[in-house]
Design a protein around this ligand. Sequence first.
Ligand SMILES: Cc1ncc(COP(=O)(O)O)c(C=O)c1O
Length: 384
Amino acid sequence: MGLFPFDDAACSALAEAHGTPLFAYRGATAETQFKRLREALPKGVRLAYAVKANPHPELLKRFASLGASFDCASIGELRGVKELSLPPGRIFFAGPGKRREELELALQMSVRIQAEGWEDLARLDEMSKSDVSMNLRVHPATGAEEGNRIIGGVGPSAFGIDEEQLPEILERAKSLRRVRIRGLHVFAASNQRDAEKLLATHRMVLEMAARLHREHRLELEQIDLGGGLGVAYSEDQTELDVKALGQGLLQLRHEHSWFKGELILEPGRYLSASCGIYLVRVIRIKESRGTRFAILEGGINHLLRPLLTGEPFPVRAVGKPGPMAHTTLAGPLCTSLDRLGDVDLPIDLAPGDLLAFGHTGAYGFSEGMTHFLSHPIPAEIWVT
Ligand SMILES: Cc1ncc(COP(=O)(O)O)c(C=O)c1O
């Protein structure tokens, strides 16, 4: 997977034609990435694209044409996916606080809803006119290690049902008239590039499912293992080995032969990051007390992720080879939070130069704070 979907000539042409700042997505790259993962996964593993990573309608259409299912987390995402006119079974809906109108639309679209608490089960039971199958989103009691963070377990969480509360929820669920619990959902990783660590969380989920099946006679049609498949944001990071992930999942299926249903993976980042680029021009170069700043047309209003994670998107100066100098990237916003990272860029970088940020097809435009400081909203261009 390359860091940039467009070469220098294409970046210059896009900037010339559409102005900057600009997001551009290359459909062919998204398709290659989807197929890379699909082909690495065994049969019986459904691939659901997490729309939050990038809800661009053309991207959704492209993934739908390749057989994708979709994980939605808001009424807007549900409406976007509704446009695809998919058959039942290909849409999921998760979220810790679902509004009634969202549940109504999800029911109308025959979406499989991930219940995040008793309230979701009870409300669906009251709203549904016919029998409805739901999954339980579980917040596991044991943690999965991800970098220096432990996620998916241990501490308190707004997401899902604490694992230790499951016996009580399953008991109460016997009183439901319409709702049947037929699946589990656990989202316990984020940007994880180590297949073994992903598989460790998947193993934990299947063991939990086996316990629930054994002890509570829970009949499961599906087990949703969440997303969290990572991408390399720089040349020196190793890519996720999706073949190893696929083989590990196959092995887990053999070990859990009691489970006859389907496994679901719902990655966002892995599928859409590499198809996107963000193009922005340098406004000023400023030296301040030994630090060289490049002040850009856009900052955290368009790319929030560097602020949230401390990790920059990969960046290059279009049409300008090295030698390089250490540069702090700042946006135009009147806040010292507006930084896109400390990177190496050409020593002769100058106002008007074009920068290209790669891997911005996921959690780029969709995660930016586009209204903050009221700068113009960047265009999003789809290139087939
Ligand atoms: C429920 C759920 N599924 C899937 C995803 C996608 O995660 P990723 O883009 O890391 O694969 C998220 C991300 O927040 C999520 O909350």
